[in-house]
Design a protein around this ligand. Structure first.
Ligand code: GRF
Length: 202
């Protein structure tokens, strides 16, 4: 199976996804697309010999116009999966609908807890004892799609948002490639009936 990966920044999850592809061939990365011209992840992609594209969202008048151009770029690479790896743009319902069932994201909390931004500070403020990361299908409602897989860390005394983020990030790098590979192989798949949408093991 083939994937296109969307990024906005550092690209540490992208690197983990690249490493897994190299080691296992469980999926093939066709291209990396960034909405930020200076995203460090673009250099990681180039270093891995992957095609890259930049689509600067500030050059577009509306979310709809940006998402239409983004879809055009993605479709050039004709991939099975579209993977958001630190892609920091809210996507329009039309875009999400176009890729529904093959569009996934990683979010740095144990969803449904702490959607949105500053998740590690949210976790500390709430006083939870466990925290983590979630890979989920993207649906029109932000950070609410069916959960593919999760990884858990303990919240330790003295944790700051930074120390917690660093521990979660390490786990993200294991979780994300594994979740993607499970979807690519069919070991996990989205199953929907009238009332619920869940991810089931095959
Ligand atoms: C990660 O924490 C991810 O969960 C969130 O954005 C961050 C991206 O980091 N969606 P990186 O660019 O993969 O290093």
């Amino acid at each position: 199976p083939s994937v296109v990966i969307l990024i906005s920044g550092r690209g540490s999850n992208l690197q983990a996804l690249i490493d897994h592809a190299t080691q296992t061939s469980e999926y093939q990365i066709r291209a990396v697309i960034s909405n930020r011209p200076k995203a460090a992840g673009l250099d990681l992609a180039r270093a891995a010999g992957l095609p890259t594209a930049v689509l600067d969202h500030t050059a577009f008048d509306s979310r709809e116009a940006f998402d239409a151009a983004l879809a055009e770029q993605i479709d050039r690479f004709d991939s099975d999966w579209v993977v958001l790896a630190g892609f920091m743009r809210v996507l329009t319902p039309g875009f999400v609908q176009r890729y529904l069932g093959r569009l996934i994201n990683i979010h740095p909390s144990l969803l449904p807890a702490f959607p949105g931004l500053k998740t590690h500070q949210q976790a500390l403020d709430a006083g939870v004892r466990v925290h983590g990361a979630t890979v989920h299908f993207v649906t029109p409602e932000l950070d609410h799609g069916p959960i593919v897989d999760q990884a858990v860390v303990q919240v330790l005394p003295g944790d700051t948002a930074e120390t917690l983020a660093a521990r979660v990030l390490k786990l993200e790098h294991v979780l994300f490639p594994r979740a993607l590979a499970d979807l690519c192989s069919g070991r996990l798949r989205w199953s929907a009936d009238q009332t619920t949408q869940t991810v089931q093991g095959a």
